[in-house]
Design a protein around this ligand. Structure first.
Ligand SMILES: NC(=O)c1ccc[n+]([C@@H]2O[C@H](COP(=O)([O-])OP(=O)(O)OC[C@H]3O[C@@H](n4cnc5c(N)ncnc54)[C@H](OP(=O)(O)O)[C@@H]3O)[C@@H](O)[C@H]2O)c1
Length: 322
């Protein structure tokens, strides 16, 4: 199957940018990257085979137009927060729109355009019975993309992803530069963080070597940590390790409730609910991906040492649309 003309939806983000940098090497395919804001895509324009388009990907006609001449679609669109839905609904309206309706629209547009290859990035722990709206909506999105008999689909499920520009360890590194202690909900939750370069390599391997038809690959790093250990490491690498105070669940919920109503939404009750299940892989990384997972200890000290609090504050401000 050809991969000469690739549409990377969600390609401007943390993982997408790394995927595109790898796809754009050598005998590069043509790559189209839609975005809501031209500003978010400027860093990709230095790559000659990359074209960015300001478009509303939720509009089915616009989405289909983006697929002109495309043979492969990669979907990396994801959000961490959503309003809550009415009682009894599995996830709120924002998760429904981005994690479920959008994948459905992508599948429908691929079918109409005769596109046969789709790579979809989900999240480890995605399960319709999971304790959080985030994970339940991710499971529904997976079901949508795997439902088409006409499309060869591969789903990738990363654990929490680390690397330059990550949303997770950079936040905890910056918080420890700003504050003398870290009150932490979900401190004993377990994660198996995976390096962004490895996630990007996995996406590229799946596209270039045509592997994983109809499969779900979990992507996780070589080691399991509690959240407390990760926050501590982020503090050490940033040069400001602070005491970490694990919060009991009621206080953690109260903290998350307050944070989800503050600009930047650093944490929500739904994020806390996601941590009730382990964020770890059920098996080692699939051999066919050909990746030796990178340890956090290899790269964390390099990029977290230079954590820039002002940049982090700007990122939170952007997130809060301020
Ligand atoms: N980072 C992690 O630790 C992690 C862990 C597990 C799974 N994942 C999954 O991996 C994928 C990529 O994550 P990431 O960390 O690279 O995300 P990211 O940096 O936040 O990028 C998200 C991308 O999605 C687009 N996007 C966000 N909200 C959108 C909306 N409402 N409508 C249309 N486009 C929207 C953004 O495009 P524009 O702003 O340019 O329009 C951006 O390109 C997501 O599906 C995420 O759930 C990430």
């Amino acid at each position: 199957m050809a991969y000469k003309n690739i549409l990377v939806i969600g390609g401007t983000g943390f993982i997408g940018s790394q995927v595109i940098a790898r796809l754009a090497r050598g005998a590069a395919p043509r790559i189209t990257v839609p975005t809501r804001r031209y500003e978010s895509s400027k860093h990709l324009l230095v790559m000659p085979t990359v074209r960015t388009v300001v478009a509303d990907i939720h509009d089915e006609a616009a989405l289909e137009r983006l697929m002109d001449g495309v043979d492969t679609v990669i979907n990396l669109v994801g959000i961490l927060q959503s309003r809550r839905g009415p009682a009894g609904t599995a996830y709120g309206p924002d998760f429904a729109r981005v994690h479920v309706d959008l994948p459905r629209k992508i599948v429908a547009a691929c079918e109409r355009r005769g596109i046969k290859r789709l790579v979809h990035v989900s999240a480890i722990g995605a399960d319709i019975q999971a304790p959080s709206m985030y994970l339940r909506s991710k499971a529904a999105g997976e079901a949508a993309v795997l439902s088409s008999p006409e499309i060869v689909t591969t789903v990738l499920r990363p654990s929490v992803v680390f690397g330059e520009q990550d949303h997770f360890l950079n936040m905890f590194a910056a918080l420890q530069k700003l504050f003398p202690v870290v009150p932490l909900g979900g401190a004993e939750a377990r994660f198996q963080p995976v390096y962004v370069g490895d996630v990007a390599e996995a996406v590229v391997a799946v596209v270039q070597h045509q592997i994983g038809a109809g499969k779900i690959f979990e992507l996780a790093g070589p080691q399991i940590y509690t959240l407390r250990q990760l926050v501590h490491l982020a503090g050490i690498y940033a040069g400001h390790p602070r005491p970490i105070i694990g919060l009991p669940s009621t206080l953690a919920s109260l903290q998350a409730f307050c944070l989800e109503h503050l600009p930047g939404q650093l944490m929500s009750r739904d994020n806390l609910a996601s941590m009730r299940v382990d964020n770890i892989a059920s098996a080692p990384m699939a051999v066919e991906l050909g990746i030796v997972p990178t340890a956090l200890e290899q790269v964390g000290p390099r990029y977290l040492a230079g954590v820039n609090v002002q940049q982090q504050l700007d990122a939170w401000r952007r997130n809060a649309r301020r």
